[in-house]
Write a protein that binds this ligand. Structure first.
Ligand code: ADP
Ligand code: ADP
Ligand code: MG
Length: 434
């Protein structure tokens, strides 16, 4: 929906692909043309590169926007697009490959002079894991080289847990990502997750569009994001801008991308990973910069230069996003399906609700539980917090269990309000009631 909207404003025709489970999905009727590409299981449709490409060829598409998730960070898909003369809206296959391997990305960033989280390169067997763990120290994290979406990460508290954790982490990574390779990192805490949005054209120009604080997480998955990071000193922000632009240049980055860092209480930040695509939380950056990221993704992929320089970007105010998920916070976040009986969307100035649900829509059980994103903007952070709480209160989704009340509870926590919260906010507060 987000991409189709940008295209409509730009006068670009759109064709959507959908799975058999998504016949009633909003993007299917919103796009000018739409094509069913296979069964409900992602591997039969949205992950089926051949179906997507052959559909694009059949309808004479000039470009493919891969969205987020699915094939958006798949280097093979990007190179197939190139092979068939279709522009892939994102960086080139080579860059995706370099950054998609999280362990190789650590090495190339280290070589480029970017501070990375203390840890080690790939560990091939348990003996190596034991040896490296001694050096890193506990607690540590075992991470899947091909992991993503908060999955493929395992916390190891001490030596005794290492062997079991190592073996299960590799076998789980093998079945979840088709790649059992893992590496290890020191478990840093308390930390903030702060990420840098960058945008690059094909002429070597790279700009930094500010940072986002995505520290409100549950099981390593983001729930609330805001821009700017309210406690980041201006000096650190400038350094983050400089390092991020250097990192992007080092890999010849093109299009929109995000560099994720962990920020410790002393103000040091360390490279964690780079996401070579549009991110779920991109709207908060759009709100504070006034830059439409999807339009610039399309323009840069079409070979146009960035229409502005770093000094033209003057982020102002504060934007906050809450992810609205069809899940039950009071029952171990169990995903919930069902029919949307009532939908009332909040309004008012600087309130944005990005969603693909509508009244009467039945949520298919096959995909991610995120059903919408509520985003607000205000001049000050206090005002933005009041605005999003008020908007959450107005948002009504009936018929399916959702996390609206839970999000409201988080926004009332002192640690959130004062901005000092870290990634352990949810586990530290007794937010989840039986
Ligand atoms: P980020 O928030 O940093 O972009 P995430 O990993 O949280 O990173 O977001 C990407 C996730 O969005 C994917 O892991 C996937 O679960 C989910 N996703 C993928 N495709 C879609 C889609 N079409 N609509 C909504 N969510 C999607
Ligand atoms: P994914 O590819 O699934 O997004 P990331 O490597 O970005 O995985 O990590 C997801 C989240 O896990 C981070 O946002 C952070 O909260 C937590 N995390 C990752 N690495 C570390 C670390 N070394 N120390 C502490 N927390 C970490
Ligand atoms: Mg990440």
């Amino acid at each position: 929906m987000r991409v189709i909207r940008a295209c409509k404003e730009m006068g670009i025709s759109t064709a959507a692909v959908f799975s058999e489970a998504d016949r009633e999905a909003l993007h299917v009727s919103f796009a000018e043309e739409s094509y069913c590409i296979g069964g409900p299981q992602p591997r039969d449709s949205y992950l089926n590169a051949k179906s997507v490409i052959s559909t694009a060829l059949a309808c004479k598409a000039e470009a493919i926007h891969p969205g987020y998730g699915f094939l958006s960070e798949n280097a093979e898909f990007a190179s197939l697009c190139a092979e068939y003369g279709i522009a892939f809206i994102g960086p080139d296959a080579d860059t995706i490959g370099k950054m998609g391997d999280k362990e190789a990305a650590r090495r190339s960033m280290r070589d480029a002079g970017v501070p990375v989280i203390p840890g080690c390169d790939m560990v091939g067997n348990f003996e190596q894991a034991k040896e490296q763990a001694e050096k890193i120290g506990f607690p540590l994290l075992i991470k899947a080289r091909s992991g993503g979406g908060g999955r493929g990460i395992r916390l190891v508290m001490d030596n005794r847990e290492l062997e079991y954790a190592f073996r299960t982490a590799s076998s789980e990574a093998q079945s979840a990502f088709g790649d059992g390779a893992v590496y290890m990192e020191k478990y840093l805490r308390p930390v903030k997750h702060v990420e840098a949005q960058i945008l690059a054209d094909s002429f070597g120009d790279v700009v930094f569009l500010g940072e986002r604080d995505c520290s409100v997480q549950r099981k390593n998955q983001k729930l609330i994001e805001e821009s700017p990071c309210s406690i980041l000193p201006e000096k650190t922000r400038r350094k983050m801008a400089e390092v991020s632009i250097k990192a992007a240049r080092a890999v010849g980055y093109k299009n929109a991308g995000t560099i994720e860092y962990l920020l410790d209480k002393d103000g040091n930040f360390y490279f964690m990973e780079m996401n070579t695509r549009l991110q779920v939380e991109h709207p908060v950056t759009e709100m504070v910069t006034g830059i439409d990221l999807v339009k610039w993704q399309i323009r840069t992929a079409a070979g146009l230069p960035l229409g502005f320089a770093q000094e033209d970007i003057k982020p102002a105010g504060c934007a906050i996003e809450c992810r609205i998920n069809a899940e039950d916070p009071y029952n171990n976040f169990r995903p919930s399906g069902g029919r949307v009986e009532t939908l009332h969307v909040p309004g008012g100035p600087w309130v944005r609700f990005d969603t693909a649900i509508y009244q009467g829509y039945s949520i298919p059980p096959f995909y991610d539980s995120m059903i919408g994103k509520l985003i607000v903007y205000a001049k000050t952070r206090d005002e933005a917090i009041r605005k999003i709480r008020s908007a959450l209160c107005e948002l009504a989704i009936e018929g399916i269990v959702n996390n609206i009340d839970f999000q409201t509870d988080i926004l009332s926590e002192d640690a959130f309000i004062n901005g000092a919260y870290t990634t352990d906010l949810i586990e530290n507060t007794k937010l989840v009631h039986p």
